[in-house]
Write a protein that binds this ligand. Structure first.
Ligand code: G3H
Ligand code: 13P
Ligand code: ZN
Length: 308
């Protein structure tokens, strides 16, 4: 199956009650690991790049790699712009054959978020490109939940936003955060808020900052010179619950980075005579594949390619 619009992935996931994995990449190693794992799991998938990925690698390389290999895979997959902060980046993504975009004005006023998101929908919808937007901010919830409420999505506002923008998917802030240090105390997601957003919008919903930050990789990194004490992610059971409550796309970047770097750190320490990067990168890429498969199974998306 060719590269497809994110619309198709969002709609099927919402209809059948599972979540499609969305994995970030900046280079060939990650892209290949993601697509090979999804193919082996027979799962639909989003491959996504941020603006900083575009600054790092260049959009020609990122989209060029995807378009060069798209017919090699049978699974349906979308090329998505993650956290597009500028309309200009959305235009660039359209030009380079992205099939899905996120416009992220979540740190601006509600009015600005609404206006710019509507504009992006009016640019993308006629081209069949899906649009994701975000409400609330990804600050994590610390022990004092009340003090963080202002950062979380307002379900009534989410309904208004959905109706007035025509977006294909919404990322509601429910207490997760990006990176490897998501919670100071116990992990705490606001599931009631998530339930309410789903009930009021019935939109496909997206969970950002969802990495599990698995201790195996954190420990390995720390053992070989890293300093990631206190790293904490979203427990697997919380991910399962979020999917049950209506999350249909789950973003993972940190877990892939941790797996890759854990292998690099160990090998660079153990194999002191090697200076062929491929001998470091290949096993690191294999470890990224393992994490991607683990995440895809967790989301309930294994075998779902047959729905398309
Ligand atoms: O937004 C999610 C990413 O994990 C941060 O990615 O370092 O490419 O901006 P970035
Ligand atoms: P993590 O940092 O938890 O992997 O989240 C990634 C993300 O939300 C990308 O948009
Ligand atoms: Zn994100």
């Amino acid at each position: 199956m060719p590269l497809v619009s994110g619309k198709l992935l969002f709609e099927k996931a919402n209809e059948f009650g599972f979540a499609v994995g969305a994995f970030n990449f900046n280079n060939m190693e990650f892209l290949r690991a993601i697509l090979e794992s999804a193919e082996e799991e027979e799962a639909p998938v989003f491959v996504q790049t941020t603006e900083s990925a575009i600054r790092y690698a260049g959009i020609e390389f990122l989209s060029g790699m995807v378009h060069a290999v798209k017919d090699k895979y049978r699974i349906p997959f979308a090329l998505h712009l993650d956290h597009g902060k500028h309309v200009e980046t959305v235009l660039l993504a359209i030009r380079y054959g992205y099939t899905s975009v996120m416009i992220d004005y979540s740190d601006r006023s509600y009015g600005e978020n609404l206006e710019v998101t509507r504009r992006v929908v009016s640019l993308c919808a006629p081209l069949g490109i899906s649009v994701e937007a975000e409400l609330g901010q990804l600050a994590g919830i610390e022990d004092n939940v009340e003090s963080q409420e202002e950062f979380l999505v307002d379900p009534v506002q989410a309904k208004d936003f959905a109706l007035r923008t025509g977006i294909d998917a919404l990322a509601p802030a429910i207490g997760t955060a990006h990176g490897a240090f998501k919670f100071k105390g116990e992990a705490k997601l606001d599931f009631e808020r998530l339930r309410k957003v789903k009930e009021l919008t019935n939109l496909p919903l997206v969970l950002h900052g969802a990495s599990g930050v698995y201790y195996e990789y954190v420990n390995e990194i720390n053992r070989y010179g890293g300093e990631l004490e206190g790293a904490k992610g979203v427990p697997d059971e919380d991910i399962r619950k979020a999917v049950e409550l209506g999350i249909n796309k789950i973003n993972t970047d940190t877990d892939l980075r941790l797996a890759f770097v854990a292998v690099l750190r160990r090998l660079m320490s153990e194999e002191r005579k090697n200076f062929d990067p491929r001998k470091f990168f290949k096993p690191a890429m294999e470890e990224v594949k393992e994490v991607v498969k683990r995440r895809i199974r967790l989301y309930g998306s294994s075998g779902r390619a047959s729905l398309f």
